[in-house]
Ligand binder design. Structure first.
Ligand code: AMP
Length: 526
């Protein structure tokens, strides 16, 4: 290799944030903080307490709660096996590669020793408690053993197909062995809140329990404006107690008040009721039958959903399907009496609170756990990804996760989109400049400057203290660039007189103050 090529190779790799993730930088983070602070304040006035949840949970929790057929669980989760069985894992990979590579019965002698070694080690780890002793793992180990026993009896005359079938079964069994718990980065937080409610016996607290959370969620979606793979949600849940319609209305009122406080523009609330375990299945069948009649006029996605999840057809944004969807049966006409009464009362309760809503019978929401009330809020300036909040009632969820029968309702706000909308409508605060830039010259002035910076910061002002001496002209230029409101000028004269010069950068005026007067003056004017 030439010297030049070697140099080129040495150049360190430049790292970039992974697709779909991003850095949030100042001054934007000031807006994030304001949004989160407002959430803390508004939610507290409704009696909600903050819950901080783990970022990862067993995959099974999300599969059970969100639904294994949903896009989120079936294709968008970041999932991995959490284990430290690296040797065993390597041996497994090596064994599997052998099986894939050597497909003739004559090569059984190559495959067997390594696979046997893997089995012995796996059993040892099971005894040592490092390999999870689950029924599935115990079953798989027994199967692997019998696969290996069978392979050991083979002769060169064994038909190729029999050999290959058994080998692929062995490979599948090895692959299915769970070396550690399978966990996922959380794609949403409602499942975790319910898990925590059960784990901490919160049903023994005064009901309902009102909790809110904020933090990152992870979904492997196609990134675009307003859609990220790591995004942030602010959400709240009301668990336990009754399913009184006033609870649904108050939760919605709380989000609307939060948005109002932030002066979010173009806020539109849509609501719907998607029925309960009694009436929804009947409606779904009716919908499926109606969809089957118009099947050939629908696109491939909707055609597939007729079988898998007909409600999702109502979500379709496809222009050609809109006319057809408009003529489909509507759930509002097929709610059971209890659901219809509940829905009417939710609307009445919203009106009592002065919350303006629009009914949207097509609002079904993507997740399995919703029932009765569902709602979505959109805002201005977001293009096609304009939903800033989604929520609904999920009365069966806690029970589904092994807890007692529990009522539940909640929402999740997409914080990234909320921020985008605030920025688009000019509601973002301007960059916060420094209050005071200290322009000092000379060793004696440096000591005074350090003391002044400390006192000003103690008093709550933001202060920039240059670490090395600068000419006054350069210092003032720097103060300007940082958007400082004042420059405190400290030179030999100021120090010996005990009178400090304060320059107002907006108009260039300056005046002299003693230290206490200076503090009083700044307090008054900032
Ligand atoms: P969901 O949990 O899907 O009901 O989403 C609730 C809210 O989270 C949505 O209304 C969006 O505002 C936001 N959201 C969901 N997925 C994403 C994503 N990939 N990127 C940014 N925001 C998202």
């Amino acid at each position: 290799m030439s010297e030049g090529a070697a140099k080129k190779e040495e150049k360190p790799r430049k790292f970039q944030a992974i697709r779909g993730t991003r850095d949030l930088l100042p001054p934007e983070t000031a807006l994030w903080n304001r949004v989160e602070q407002t959430a803390h304040e508004v939610f507290a006035t409704f009696g909600f307490g903050e819950i901080r949840l783990p970022i990862f949970e067993p995959t099974e929790l999300f599969a059970r709660a969100v639904g294994s057929e949903t896009d989120i669980v079936s294709k968008e989760m970041y999932t991995f096996e959490d284990h430290d069985l690296h040797e065993l894992n390597l041996r497994r990979s090596r064994s599997i590669t052998d099986i894939e590579l050597f497909t003739e019965p004559t090569s059984v002698g190559i495959i067997l020793p390594y696979a046997k070694h893997f089995l012995t080690e796996a059993k040892q780890e099971l005894t040592a408690g490092k390999l999870p002793r689950t029924p599935s793992n115990e079953f798989l180990l027994a199967r692997i053993e019998s696969d290996l026993d069978y392979l050991a009896t083979l002769t060169d005359a064994t038909p190729r197909d029999a050999f290959r079938d058994r080998c692929s079964e062995l490979r599948r069994n090895m692959q299915a062995l769970e070396l550690g718990p399978v966990i996922s980065l959380r794609p949403e937080a409602t499942a975790s809140v319910c898990r925590a409610y059960i784990e901490h016996n919160m049903q023994q607290l005064p009901q309902p329990v009102k909790l809110y959370y904020l933090g990152p969620m992870f979904r492997r979606e196609r990134p675009q404006k307003g859609r990220y793979r790591q995004f942030y949600q602010i959400g709240a849940e009301v668990l336990g107690g009754s399913d009184a319609p006033a609870i649904d209305a108050e939760v919605i009122e709380m989000v609307m008040m939060f948005f109002d406080r932030l002066e979010l523009q173009g806020v539109q609330l849509e609501i719907n009721s998607i029925g309960c375990r009694d009436c929804r299945p009947k409606y779904v069948e009716l919908l499926r039958a109606a969809l089957l009649k118009v099947k050939d006029k629908l696109g491939p996605d909707s055609q597939r959903r007729i079988e898998t999840n007909p409600l999702r057809v109502l979500d379709s944004k496809l222009e050609s399907e809109q006319g057809i969807i408009a003529r489909l049966p509507r759930i509002a006409d097929h709610l059971c009496e209890d659901c219809a009464t509940h829905y009417a009362a939710v609307k009445h309760q919203l009106e009592m609170r002065g919350v303006i809503y629009r009914e949207n019978w097509r609002l079904v929401r993507g997740l399995d756990y919703y029932m009765r009330t569902t709602f979505e809020i959109t805002a201005k300036g977001l293009g096609s990804q304009n939903a800033v909040c989604g929520g609904g009632r999920y009365d069966g969820l806690v029970e589904l996760l092994g807890g007692p029968p529990t009522k539940g309702i909640g929402f999740a706000i997409g914080e990234d989109r909320l921020i985008l909308s605030l920025q688009e409508s000019g509601k973002a605060p301007a960059q916060q400049g420094r209050d005071v830039y200290i322009a000092w010259m000379g060793e004696r002035a440096h000591a005074t400057a350090i003391r002044a910076a400390k006192d000003l910061r103690k008093a709550g002002f933001s202060v920039e203290l240059p670490p090395v001496e600068q000419k006054f002209g350069k210092a003032l230029g720097q103060a300007d660039k940082l958007g400082a409101k004042y420059a405190l000028i400290l030179g030999d004269n100021e120090v010996s007189e005990g009178l400090w010069t304060l320059k107002t950068l907006a108009d260039g005026s300056q005046a002299k103050y003693t230290e206490p007067d200076l503090l009083a003056h700044l307090r008054k004017s900032l």
